[in-house]
Design a protein around this ligand. Sequence first.
Ligand code: B12
Ligand code: SF4
Ligand code: SF4
Length: 316
Amino acid sequence: MNPADKSPWIKNLAAQVGFDRAGIAPANPVGRAEHYRCWLAAGRAGRMDYLHRYVETRLDPRQLLPGARSVVVVAHSYYQPCPGRPEDDLPRGRVAMYAWGRDYHRVMRRKLHALVDRMREELAESFEARVCVDTAPLLEREWAASAGIGWIGKNTLVLDTALGSYFFLGAVVTTLELEPDAPITDHCGRCTRCLEACPTGALDRPYEMDASKCISYLTIEHREDVPEALRPLMGDWVYGCDLCQQVCPHNQRVPTTREPDYAVRPPAPYPSLTELMHWLPDDYDRALCGSAMRRATLPMLQRNARIALANSATTG
Ligand code: B12
Ligand code: SF4
Ligand code: SF4
């Protein structure tokens, strides 16, 4: 099979294993490497020390897999309509949609391995492949944009005109030579809704984020006390934040995910804050078995619940 025939064939296999989009980028170094280095140097990564590690690998997939020639990027939608807030008087927090169901790392990794297995079964030539979903040092959005999966929006997420931005990204870095896709154009236009909707000012410039102010960072990645000035701005979010996606015009009519593993699992999306406050380690283990919410430890979740409770007391 020549590189031009292999590309549509792999994209078809990706659809068969359940991905919603697939595209191919050449495994070249990132064009905006300097931007990434400046972003780190300016302290905009907060305490996400792991982003300072393997910087050269993040910027060049050939360091992740010697001899890499192509990056197959996939998108997997997790969008589902929000169930109504329970009609009781309990103070409740909010969980971002990406964490409502089973941990996407597991779901995506299983599908990415299935994709590589199918490629190995059906291709005559031998090749190396490395599967990535968050865990490997790879700037996934850069390769998603390069592979034509979508454009990087002003809220810094990858968007597609049909799927919106509620999808996960994954990648297979491979030594196979494949015909790349062309990037697509930016459809943000003059819109600035996400920048205006961000309560903490984390989106302080279009296409850029000060992650140290993002509610998603503060609730999931930040292990210490949340700076006092930011607490009242966090509203009722106890795990992640969706505000800059909820307001996006491209997210208003998107299809529901076909993935049963992403179906909402209690206590998401509106956990009772008083219940969370009283959880013991066994309650945490039982309630969050297999959930993406386990990225926050029990003390972090309880810290977030305390902030949300204080905010609900002031907003009524
Ligand atoms: C660290 C991280 C975070 C941090 C920092 C987010 C950020 N914007 O950087 C925090 C904890 C805040 C976070 C939050 C969320 N995250 Co996150 N996160 C990551 C992770 C692990 C690394 C991202 C990273 O390296 N950031 C550093 C910055 C500098 O890199 P970057 O934004 O990719 O920067 C490049 C471009 O923005 C570009 N750029 C710079 N300037 C300009 C200008 C123009 C005009 C253009 C076009 C581009 C451009 O250059 C940069 C360098 O190459 C990725 C997975 C991965 N391995 O990539 C997931 C990932 C980005 N996260 C994801 C998700 C789902 C989320 C949340 C929606 C979860 C939630 N609901 O709470 C939020 C969204 C917040 C937001 N608006 O981005 C998805 C995004 C999928 C998508 N459709 O884009 C990813 C890809 C995980 C995955 N495998 O699916 N996340
Ligand atoms: S996730 Fe929330 S806090 Fe973070 S940039 Fe988007 S709106 Fe702002
Ligand atoms: S809200 Fe508007 S500016 Fe922000 S990502 Fe969506 S289209 Fe782009």
